[in-house]
Design a protein around this ligand. Structure first.
Ligand SMILES: [Zn+2]
Ligand SMILES: [Zn+2]
Length: 252
């Protein structure tokens, strides 16, 4: 009876998006997390059995590839030259690689990982992401850390889990504690590009352990890249040689 743990198909697990809001939702997400441990692998998006990957066949087919995009920030568009925003103000990172476009099953998987209380999906998602973005063997991997308060509420940092499994799949090296938040920042959701940049500017500090490294910076979703940019700036300030961003999904 694996089926139905996340609600009847095709209902996405978004019902648990406000998971911590009600005891019922919290209980359901705990049940989902337990099922991830006890039963054969379930699709990270719909909860159906999924052998050999984070997604069942139907969901895997429905994931949209990023396609042509700005070579710098990954915004969908012509791939021949940086987009207007990158020309006007180049980001601190060199590039953004994403597993696919945010939406459909990929959005459901991100929701399951972040709000659905299913940290176990980070492992197959990390492997899947490596199959999409192909980090070089030995890559130095770190992540955009969650604000402390949010990490405590959630009980885990999804980007940290994802980075760990991605690094393992790439036979790379995970740098723990490379970045920390210097202050809490309100959510980026619903803000303009400029407001997002202002919101996170100077919100990160990096450890000097990153000096001289070519880094892969992991986050679950990249939208305008403002958060990744602020994090990358801190890493470069601490002496990192280059920073490239890797995300499960690129949102438009
Ligand atoms: Zn599925
Ligand atoms: Zn761009």
């Amino acid at each position: 009876m694996v089926r139905g743990a996340d609600g009847p198909r095709p209902g996405p697990p978004r019902a648990s998006a406000g998971a911590m809001a009600s005891p019922g939702a919290a209980l359901r997400s705990t049940a989902a997390a337990l099922l991830d441990l006890v039963y054969p692998p379930r699709c990270a998006a719909c909860g159906e059995p999924a052998e050999g990957g984070p997604f069942c066949e139907l969901c895997a087919e429905a994931i949209e590839a990023v396609g042509p995009a700005c070579p710098r920030c990954g915004e969908p568009g012509p791939a021949t030259a940086p987009c207007g925003a990158c020309l006007a103000s180049p980001p601190a990172f060199l590039s953004v690689a994403a597993g696919g476009l945010y939406g459909g099953p990929l959005a459901d998987a991100v929701q399951a990982l972040k709000y659905g209380g299913r940290p176990a999906v980070a492992r197959p998602l990390g492997r899947w992401l490596q199959a999409q973005v192909a980090l070089p063997r030995g890559a130095a991997v770190t992540w955009v850390p969650l604000a402390r308060r949010r990490r405590l509420q959630r009980g885990y940092d999804q980007a940290a889990l994802l980075a760990g499994h991605l690094a393992r799949a790439a036979r790379g090296r995970l740098l723990r504690g490379a970045l920390r938040r210097t202050r809490e920042t309100p959510t980026q959701v619903g803000r303009s590009r400029a407001a997002r940049a202002r919101n996170v500017a100077g919100a990160f500090a990096a450890s000097h352990a990153v000096a001289g490294l070519d880094l892969w910076l992991v986050d679950d979703v990249v939208t305008t890249g403002a958060t990744a940019d602020a994090a990358a700036r801190a890493l470069l300030d601490a002496g990192a040689r280059t920073v490239r961003v890797v995300a499960l999904a690129r949102a438009e």
